[in-house]
Design a protein. Structure first.
Length: 226
C-alpha cells in the first residue's frame, strides 16, 4: 500500500479525483481515504498544516497500515528567482529550517535533514517526462518550518543557512523525520503556488493552490501508472 499525505483539503481533493471507489475513514480524529489508483492500493491522508499536524498524521498512517513508501503532495513556495508558479519541485533531501539548538550544539544544531529515497526521485522524474506540462522540474533541498514564508527577511535568513534550498513549505520536514524513524522511504512532490521573490506571494498562493494541487496530483497518478 502507498501512503499519500496532503496538508490541505485542496491537495487531498486533487489526488482523490484519481482514486477508484475511495472509502473515507477516521483514525484518531484524522481523515483518511482508502482506494485504488490504477492497480496500486493507496491510502490518502489529510494531515492539516504544520509540522506537528504532519507528524501526527504520518505516525497514524504508519502504525495502522503496511506502507511501502510515502508521497507528500501539494504546494510549496519557490526560493529561486528563476522559478515560476506551477513548476514542480522534488525532494532529494528535506530540512527543518526552524530547528536550531546551535547555542549548545554549534553548527550541528542548525536544521534537521532527512534524505528522500533516490529510487523514488528517479521514478517521479520519469513520470514527469511522460507528461506534457508547460513547466520545469527542480530537484534539491526542500526546507520546512512552521511559518508561511513571504517576506524578504525570512527568505534571507533561510537562504543564509541553507543556500541550496529550492522551495519552502510547512509539513515535509516532519513527514520525512517520522518516515526515517519507521524506516519507510519517502518522496516530496510539490508544485509551486508562489515564488517568494515575487510581489504578492501570499495572494499568489491563494489564487494558485487549486491548480498547483492538481498538477502535483497528476504527477502522482502518472507515477502509480508506471
Amino acid at each position: 500500500m502507498i501512503g499519500i499525505i496532503g496538508a490541505m483539503p485542496q491537495e487531498v481533493d486533487a489526488i482523490l479525483t484519481y482514486v477508484t471507489n475511495p472509502i473515507k475513514k477516521t483514525l484518531h480524529q484524522h481523515t483518511v481515504y482508502e482506494g485504488m489508483i490504477h492497480d496500486q492500493r493507496v491510502v490518502i491522508c489529510l494531515s492539516g498544516v504544520g509540522k506537528v499536524a504532519a507528524s501526527m498524521m504520518t505516525t497514524v498512517l504508519l502504525t495502522n497500515y503496511a506502507i511501502e513508501y510515502v508521497i507528500n503532495i501539494g504546494t510549496a513556495g519557490g526560493l529561486n528567482v528563476i522559478q515560476n508558479t506551477m513548476d514542480i519541485v522534488l525532494s532529494t533531501k528535506v530540512t527543518q529550517h526552524d530547528f536550531d539548538t546551535s547555542s549548545i550544539d554549534g553548527e550541528d544544531g542548525v536544521g534537521l535533514t532527512y534524505y528522500a529515497n533516490h529510487v523514488l526521485v528517479a521514478k517521479v522524474r520519469d513520470a514527469f517526462n511522460k507528461i506534457d506540462l508547460d513547466c520545469k522540474i527542480y530537484e534539491g533541498e526542500i526546507v520546512s518550518g512552521d511559518m508561511f514564508v513571504s517576506e524578504a527577511p525570512q527568505i534571507e535568513k533561510i537562504l543564509k543557512k541553507f543556500p541550496e534550498a529550492i522551495a519552502c513549505e510547512m509539513e515535509a520536514g516532519a513527514i520525512s523525520q517520522v518516515c526515517e524513524k519507521f524506516d519507510v522511504p519517502f518522496i516530496v512532490v510539490r508544485s509551486l503556488s508562489d515564488i517568494v521573490y515575487h510581489d504578492n506571494s501570499g495572494i499568489d498562493f491563494i489564487k494558485n493552490v487549486a491548480k498547483t494541487s492538481a498538477r502535483s496530483a497528476k504527477m502522482v497518478e502518472v507515477l502509480l501508472n508506471g
